[in-house]
Design a protein around this ligand. Sequence first.
Ligand SMILES: [Zn+2]
Ligand SMILES: [Zn+2]
Length: 449
Amino acid sequence: MDQKAWLDYVNQQQEMVLQAEREIWAHPETGFREWNTAAYLRTKLEAMGYQVRTGGDIPALSAQWDSGRPGPCVCILGEMDALTVPGHPEADPATGAAHACGHNAQSAALLGTAAVFAQIGQKTDLRGSIRFIAVPAEEMIEVAYRHSLKKSGTIGFWTGKPELMRRGFFDGVDAAVLCHASSKPQKQSIAVYPGNNGCLMKTARFLGRSAHAGGAPHLGINALNAALLALNGIQALRETFREQDYVRVNAILKEGGQAAGVIPGQAEMEIMLRASSLEVLTQINQKVTRALGAGAACVGAELTVEDIFAYPPFENNPVLNDLVLACAKEIPQVKDIIDSSAWDTGSTDLGSLAACMPVCHIYVGGASGSSHGESYCITHPRDLCMNAVALYTLLAVRLLAQDSQLVWQEMKSGHQFHSISQQIANLSSFDRCFSVVHYGETGSVTIKG
Ligand SMILES: [Zn+2]
Ligand SMILES: [Zn+2]
């Protein structure tokens, strides 16, 4: 079957795909709460004839197309989660959730590709299989909710992909691809790029002592002042960050007192650290912890820090990137093919998976506005979703061709891939909660990083 015949199958799915894009857009759900989205996808996949594996106590799905011949397994991913953007004009009025990162289009494209291969059945000369996985919780938000899921043992990891790795959804997968909506440039584009920053989330809890702000401030230990000094310490460190490491440090104050008449006894900060390598992320983490400790030590407050390794740094597989560019050239509707050298300073949880297999995160145009913001919307759903379905289909056809051994060899050469179980152990070793400042009896102060 030639390229054109495959693209004819792709075009036949347009109505169903565009309907799915609108349906999921209209019912946004945040991470690990995508129950309606998962149910919708399940119904559609089962109607196509797939046997669907579900996540049980978390929303997740996988379905597999099999060529009937032995060969590699390619995974096509679709993220399901929305963000909390209450100011978004189309946010869910009850939850404030909105699809401000365009993941609704990913789920629709996953359905479209599954429909193409369901329709083809075993009437191909391809080998191997395709696993379609609908993934929850890519965005690292609602930390308190994730904590509660972790505490109850429901999840072992903070985001969807490592959690599904832990649950065996990726066992037997040899490579994975994911098309993400892009608003730059707007439409008819397919872009590849080198990779994304890793991300560590820190929660800093300063514990001081409340006192009457007018009558006896000398009896208080001002936790808000500790947090503000820490924030200034972090600002002072920015000149030590190198451009080539793409460091980002963003902090918010979650708690800083309840009444101006009371010296705040507690303050809490949430900080996101990002950098392009694990090595730099570790160094920045030590510096930021020191700044937090210095703020606490100045006023004599206690400080507990909790580190969550949200996203490892992610590198796109360069051979897969080249294959994407080659396939994009075969899609008549794609007008702009971009081989970008720009490092993405945001983060994705694909880094967990990329440590175990070749992975490619692809940007497909069709959205506009500010990603994660109130202005975000899908302006060209046909370009976005159908170009993604076409790309997934052509990629799968290339990777499962009878003569695809060489490209698989190239994708894996020069990389040291971990096994999934090894990577899960690696990820688990990062999270920690510890006391930072220790006061000695003689007035000495120790800050532990
Ligand atoms: Zn996002
Ligand atoms: Zn996203």
